[in-house]
Design a protein around this ligand. Structure first.
Ligand code: 3UK
Length: 530
């Protein structure tokens, strides 16, 4: 049997076949949880029976549209019941969903439609406008692959909608005969250089993250209610609010709006989730806002942080205020979820904890050999939820995937007690509010402004110890730096690239430090105090 260990597949696939969607949906129905609430979104509640039928209908509808096994479907969806419907519906049919960050620009989406060769796009109504300028060039008439656009939410007359597709398709579906090693879905990662790379995941990976991390580390059961501030299109959010709850028949609270402190606190008090997943920047903002509820209004059993390092002081203040520890763990899009983590009863503040059993970690020096305890090395990780490659990026794949080992691009050291402490990225990338930001991309946006001659962007710590972009700017002859100009540059960057990437600080300088060959010495800029 090819299914991941310990998981009984009850839906109708012959021995040797495995389809992840059956494990996450139909199994819950077969085990008697058909009437249990699987999803609470902004509009309502959906049981496992409802969601299984919706995914079946969606799978049938995709096939009726002529979409075949192995083809890609781009999902640009806000968090609502339509996300698991489309994601798991596609997977049931052996069609490969590719989830993309909803905050990106038309230019980013243009690249992803081209790179995936998606034959359909499923897009939230509110995001459709970001696709409109670039859709035409992906149509078959222009040599593209995109045949169908399906809108989640209300749409113009004549447009296909998720609701209409579901209404006209049957609720029974014959799942595709996929195996555990078949390609299941992709997620885009921007590690190393900032160019998005499609991380290709296989069917068995989803369940592995639940078996190795969510069950043993979080002790998740069907009585839990999960709420993730990180959205489902991130690997982190996908595990937190889809794989983990559905793996055990628990309930997920989905929220479409931006994860502001107020919006998160509202979900925490209204639906009383038992496990909350955030990023350090959000925990910091939640602690400094005016609308903090009393601990009695919450039902939290665990809080989890990932995406960037959690400063020890933030974790301490959260525990003091709400009485719950935050478990910091490191995961990646390539590994799908958390592979090194703190855990209840074994928390080392300011570290990422120990390898999650089932994963192995090693720290490697510049000579390629393991470093001694206490010395810094680059983190490599091995485990059964790793992606199999970056889509049509051979060189990048060879550089990152070394047999069982995946190179993370992070520098770590191991403490005396065996905890792994984060020491920064090995490349120029930074993690801002848990999301990758490429200094090169921000610099490109800055120099496209008429007043800017040169720009260098580096990581800088704010008062909470969290990383944000800081820009050093050389202006053109005759132009003087000012607060007004800094504001104008901020707006300019936000209009060019995804808005979360804008610099929080601007330093106008006469020149940038450079090597003899003209390369910017970012390390010198990083050392400057603010
Ligand atoms: C950094 C951390 C220090 C690190 C992710 C949980 O973040 C996730 O995936 P991404 O592909 O980024 C991966 C990179 O982010 N990082 C993540 N967590 C931590 N650095 N401490 C941490 N706790 O540079 C890593 O290489 O966006 C997180 C689950 C699934 C994920 N995909």
């Amino acid at each position: 049997m090819n299914a991941p260990s310990g998981i009984a597949t009850t839906a109708s696939l012959p021995a040797g076949y495995y389809n992840a969607a059956l494990d996450l949906l139909d199994r819950n129905v077969a085990e008697g949880r058909g009437d249990k609430v699987a999803v609470i979104d902004d509009a309502g509640r959906y049981t496992y029976g409802d969601l299984t039928a919706r995914a079946n209908r969606f799978a049938n509808a995709l096939s009726d549209l002529g979409i075949r096994r192995g083809e890609r479907v781009l999902l640009a969806l806000h968090d609502s019941v339509d996300f698991p419907t489309a994601f798991l519906g596609a997977i049931k049919a052996g069609i490969v969903p590719v989830c993309v960050n909803t905050l990106l620009t038309p230019k980013d989406f243009d690249f992803m439609l081209e790179d995936t060769g998606a034959t359909a796009l499923v897009v939230s109504q509110a995001i459709l406008g970001q696709f409109t300028p670039i859709l035409d060039r992906h149509r078959p008439a222009d040599g593209g692959m995109l045949q169908h656009v399906v809108v989640s939410g209300a749409a113009d007359e004549g447009a296909l909608t998720v609701e209409a597709l579901l209404a006209s398709a049957p609720a029974q579906h014959q799942p595709a005969l996929t195996v555990a090693d078949d390609i299941c879905f992709w997620l885009y990662s921007s590690g190393s250089t900032g160019t998005p790379k499609g991380a290709v995941h296989i069917h068995s990976s989803l369940m592995r993250t639940a078996e190795l991390y969510a069950r043993p580390i979080l002790g998740i059961t069907e009585d839990d209610v999960t709420f993730s501030a990180a959205k489902l299109f991130f690997a982190y959010g996908l595990g937190n609010n889809l794989t983990f709850p559905f793996a055990v028949g628990a309930t997920a609270v989905l929220m479409a709006e931006r994860p502001t402190p107020a919006a998160c606190f509202r979900r925490l008090t209204e639906h009383r989730p038992t496990i909350f997943f955030g990023v350090p920047t959000l925990y910091g903002a939640m602690l400094s806002g005016p609308d903090m509820p009393s601990p009695d209004d919450l039902a939290l059993r665990h809080c989890v942080s990932a995406g960037e390092a959690l400063p020890a002081d933030l974790a301490r203040r959260w525990k003091e205020r709400f009485g719950v520890d935050i478990l910091d763990g490191i995961g990646s899009t390539e590994m799908l979820h958390i592979f090194i983590s703190n855990r209840p009863g074994d928390i080392a503040p300011g570290t990422s904890g120990r390898p999650v059993p089932g994963y192995e970690a090693k720290l490697v020096g510049e000579d390629g050999q393991p470093v001694a305890r206490g010395e810094m090395g680059e983190l490599f990780v091995a485990g059964p939820s790793a992606c199999i490659m970056y889509w049509r990026k051979r060189e990048k794949s060879l550089d990152t995937f070394h047999g069982r080992w995946t190179r993370t691009g992070d520098k770590y050291l191991e403490t005396e007690a065996g905890h792994l402490a984060y020491c920064g990225r090995a490349d120029d990338m930074m993690k801002v509010s848990g999301q990758y930001v490429s200094p090169f991309e921000v610099e490109g946006a800055l120099v496209s402004h008429q007043s800017v001659l040169e720009a260098a962007v580096v990581a800088h710590e704010d008062a909470d110890g969290l990383i944000k972009p800081r820009a050093f700017i050389v202006l053109r002859e005759g132009i003087a730096g000012s607060e007004d100009l800094a504001r104008a540059l901020k707006d300019h960057v936000k209009a060019q690239i995804a808005p979360y990437k804008y610099p929080r600080w601007f330093d106008f300088v006469d020149e940038l430090p450079k090597t003899a060959t003209g390369k910017i010495q970012r390390f010198k800029l990083r050392r400057l105090d603010k």
